[in-house]
Design a protein around this ligand. Structure first.
Ligand code: G1P
Length: 906
């Protein structure tokens, strides 16, 4: 009788390390291992998964999520013994797989922490236990390390023959389908004293056929210091005629090695198959083997050998744990729910992972070629600002170099910060929401740091063949001109950060469709809304741009006051966009808006004049307010819909036929979550409308079975006038899944509108669903979405993690900046306080590490009544219901210490 019951993981200590029994009874589990040197690995409980540096340098064979179970190109390690047993230390032999869940099956547990992974597997009838520890050492070495411990748990001595068998892919992921065999002919395979190295002659990839300089190695050693006895470097020799990696002839038949050190082979699929010396293990005795999987430039990977020593391995392991503990230590929470705090720690890891892996390179993320998109680039900086604020100012400034003067932006982001590449393939696509995100991040930066000068720093603009928001192609433009927008005198034109922001928002303002909302173009936040390029409109992001216009006006005025500036310089052409500083146009007229935009677009082509005009901040702010208020009023009035059941909410979209998307429909009610999130967040929704939205979301989108609110209702058909996402099955990804990013932004918006209870319901719902292992089947953290069955999908790499951190810290704990001053405005439900009535967040602000402890009298968090630092009362004031401590008070505290701020609440 097979026992298939999954066992949930549980946290084992304050470092949020966790353990899970029987992990092999759950599908699709994987764990990331990585470092700053760029090795990006994924490992499963059966030690499958892959490892790569980038799209063109895969050390292990690339895997998608399904391959985790059906392919064995992972980290295999075999034992053959004198009783004729063949046992896979990673559980892959047919007999072991068949025995999963039976009395004769292996007993497996998995332990993991930041960022290490250990699988313990034992089989009493076979008489062995194995413990495999894997990690990628902190620092810059592109290597993954493994230590395999074998223990004789039987009662008699056993002679064992261990063999590691890790196939080396050694080429571009593209070659998995494109010329897989031909590219194996490029392989040059060397055996060394410690392992096997593959150094292909050429690399076949999109860059053409080049001489290859990268080598890929698997090296190993017995921890007692003895060298491997030999190798089976050619995959086919190892598996044998008719054999396979799950039952390889070399192991099963205990074949003699096919190579010793210093041999050379060419033209075959390679495997890091290392035969270690036979060993007799007495009962209770242990043997240890060390393995290094590495990518490098050197021919023999000798530099990797330093890890082939137990002490070196252990030291590196300790350093790696310390590295991650420190990196993630800048943001901690301590509430009445210890499990929540520990789960949150794993969420703080996720933005770091996304900066390393981009939106590719984990098994679900089998698209893209590495790197991130524009939207993700800016949103990941939100988390960076909270966790590693040093140098973020420069990073943001360099990102502004990707903005085009038509308000769109570069979509190909280079490896280095601030590097944007021309789109050589000329794929013209504009995501209309892109222009709105830099302001959010800039706002957070200014609030955190008070660095008002930032707005007035200069930066260049991006230019390539795409002009007029990708509606036209500039045939005269060629790559030799570089990627800068130039002036008549052929200089790279520069404008201030605020000028970049104005261009992004003002061009959007005028770029409207027939309902006078901003055009959807190639899509908005929802990448799947990609089939309404001509007439589609996004009310959703019209609201966001409108709200931003009002915020920019406010911050510009405050910044001007703080640094004694009353005017700003703008490129001469921008005056066209600031219409109210001249005669002004009628905003009700779609034609007038489009004409004005066209005039501006023509004025910047092919180059700009380079001349600047001076405008007063007061004039600019007034212009922005007029526009922002117009947008908000327009949406409040024209897009607020009411259906036959008496529910009201905002229509978020128009399709390519110019038809309104949301409301009653013969297939059922049509409603989207994004349409509500950004109208709440931007202040478009009145308080009454907020209530209407909340009721409608609860009525049409909330589903306890998936842990929260879905992205949309079931439209019941493929909307060819809206986008590919409606071709997806309902309840999956961008078609009606519980998509965490949008759900968390909804929570953020609810808190921003002081709807504490509803906001917390969304955040705690995501936490609960993630922790409900039987349904979600994921390790701690937030997945991109929960599918129709409530399963967590696309683990680790998701923008929702940044937003979850931001929402917890800035809204729930209410610890946030306001142009450099510290605001304390908690919106915490009673359940977050511990038995002593306290809850704490540790975070960095004004270059100080602060431990802010809220002490409440009873129930939910009330208003602040007293603030003390290290026992002494400090100055603070109540402004618009929020407690504010001015920055200078914090700056007077010692810089490199942790300061305890006790905040008493009514
Ligand atoms: C992903 C993308 C994000 C996009 C979203 C919806 O979300 O990374 O840019 O807006 O899908 O299409 P994420 O994986 O960040 O949760």
């Amino acid at each position: 009788m097979k026992d298939k019951t999954p066992t949930a993981w549980k946290f084992v200590n304050a470092d949020a390390e966790f353990t899970v029994r029987n992990p092999e009874r759950t599908s699709y589990l994987y764990f990331p291992l990585t470092n700053d040197g760029g090795l990006k690995s994924s490992v499963t409980p059966e030690l499958q998964g892959d490892a790569k540096v980038d799209q063109n340098r895969f050390l292990l064979t690339p895997v998608s999520v399904e391959d985790l179970h059906h392919s064995s190109y992972g980290r295999n390690f075999w034992l053959h013994d004198d009783c004729g047993n063949t046992w896979s230390v990673n559980g892959r032999s047919p007999a072991q797989r068949q025995a999963v869940g039976t009395d004769s099956g292996d007993v497996v547990t998995l332990d993991a922490g930041f960022l290490w992974h250990r699988v313990n597997r034992e089989n009493k009838s076979i008489g062995f236990r194995a413990e495999v520890t894997s990690f990628v050492p902190a620092g810059c070495s592109p290597v993954e390390l493994m230590k395999v411990r074998i223990i004789n748990i039987g009662d008699s001595s056993r002679r064992v023959i261990p063999t590691a068998a890790i196939p080396i892919f050694g080429r571009s992921a593209d070659n998995l389908r494109d010329h897989r065999h031909v590219t194996s002919l490029l392989h040059r395979i060397y055996t060394t004293q410690r392992g096997i190295v593959v150094r292909p002659t050429l690399s076949f990839d999109e860059r053409g056929h080049r001489l290859n300089k990268t080598s890929y190695g698997v090296c190993g050693a017995d921890a007692d210091g003895s060298l491997p006895v030999g190798y089976f470097p050619i995959l086919h020799d190892f598996t044998g005629e008719g054999g396979c990696l799950d039952w390889p002839a070399a192991v099963v038949e205990n074949l003699p090695v096919t190579a010793v050190a210093d041999r050379y082979f060419e033209g075959y699929e390679a495997v890091g198959a290392i035969r270690f010396a036979e060993k007799v293990l007495a009962p209770g005795e242990t043997a240890e083997y060390l393995l290094v999987l590495g990518v490098g430039e050197s021919e023999y990977h000798r530099e990797d050998w330093e890890y082939l020593d137990s002490a070196a391995f252990d030291e590196s392991f300790t350093n790696t744990k310390k590295h991650w503990r420190e990196k993630l230590g800048t943001l901690n929470i301590s509430t009445g729910n210890v499990d929540f705090d520990r789960w949150f720690k794993w969420v703080t890891l996720q933005p770091v992972l996304r900066r390393i892996y981009g939106c590719s390179f984990l098994p679900y993320h089998d698209y893209g070629r590495g790197g991130r998109g524009w939207r993700d680039l800016w949103q990941d900086c939100l988390a960076l600002l909270l966790m590693e604020p040093d140098g973020v100012g420069e990073l943001l400034l360099s990102n502004f170099a990707g903005v085009r003067m038509d308000g769109s932006n570069a979509t190909i982001i280079g490896e280095k910060s601030g590097e944007f590449l021309a789109d050589r393939n000329c794929i013209a696509r504009v995501w209309m929401d892109h222009g709105s995100w830099p302001w959010l991040t800039t706002r957070l930066y200014i609030d955190q740091t008070g660095d008002c000068e930032f707005l007035f720093k200069d930066q260049v603009y991006f230019r390539d063949c795409h002009i007029k928001r990708c509606r036209e192609k500039d045939e005269r433009w060629d790559l030799t001109q570089g990627v800068r927008h130039r002036t008549k005198s052929d200089k790279a034109y520069q404008g201030t950060v605020v000028e970049h922001l104005l261009i992004q928002h003002l061009t959007a303002f005028y770029n409207v469709g027939k309902h006078n909302n901003i055009l959807l173009e190639g899509a908005d936040w929802n990448d799947g809304l990609d089939m309404a390029r001509d007439q589609g409109e996004s009310v959703t992001f019209s609201a966001m741009y409108g709200g931003n216009l009002l915020e920019i006006a406010d911050i510009l005025e405050i910044a001007g006051e703080r640094i004694g500036k009353t005017t700003i310089e703008l490129g001469q052409e921008l005056a066209i966009l600031l219409d109210t500083t001249g005669s002004g146009i009628n905003y009700e007229s779609v034609t007038a808006k489009r004409e004005l935009l066209n005039t501006y677009m023509n004025s910047i082509l092919p180059v700009v004049s380079g001349r600047k005009v001076e405008v007063t901040i007061a004039e600019v702010a007034a212009d922005l307010r007029r526009k922002g208020e117009w947008v908000l009023a327009h949406i409040r009035k024209k897009e607020w819909i009411r259906n036959s059941e008496g529910f009201s909410w905002f229509n978020g979209y128009y399709d390519d036929g110019g038809n309104r998307l949301e409301g009653d429909h013969q297939n059922g009610v049509r409603m989207t979550l994004p349409g509500q999130v950004f109208t709440l967040l931007s202040g478009t929704a009145t308080d009454e409308q907020v209530s209407g939205v909340v009721d409608s979301v609860n009525r049409y989108l909330w589903d306890d079975a998936v842990g929260g609110c879905r992205l949309n209702t079931d439209f019941g058909e493929v909307l060819m006038d809206m986008g590919r996402c409606y071709g997806f099955a309902f309840g999956h990804k961008e078609n009606g899944a519980m998509f965490c990013h949008m759900a968390v932004m909804y929570a953020y918006a609810l808190f921003a509108r002081k709807r504490t209870e509803e906001g917390w319901k969304v955040l705690s719902g995501i936490h609960r669903q993630s922790m409900d292992f039987e349904k979600s089947r994921i390790f701690p953290g937030i997945p991109e979405y929960f599918d129709a069955r409530g399963r967590g999908m696309y683990s680790y790499l998701t923008g929702s993690a940044s937003w979850y951190l931001l929402t917890m810290r800035n809204q729930v704990f209410g610890v946030r900046g306001c142009v450099g001053d510290l605001v304390l405005d908690p919106q915490m439900p009673a359940e977050l306080f511990d038995e002593a009535g306290e809850a704490c967040v540790e975070t960095c602000f004004a270059d100080r590490q602060l431990r802010i402890i809220y002490c409440r009298k009873s129930g939910d968090a009330g208003k602040v009544s007293r603030v003390s630092v290290s026992g002494k009362d400090v100055d603070w004031e109540m402004a618009e219901g929020e407690a504010v401590i001015v920055r200078s008070v914090l700056e007077s505290l010692q810089a490199d210490a942790v300061h305890e701020i006790r905040v008493e609440l009514n």
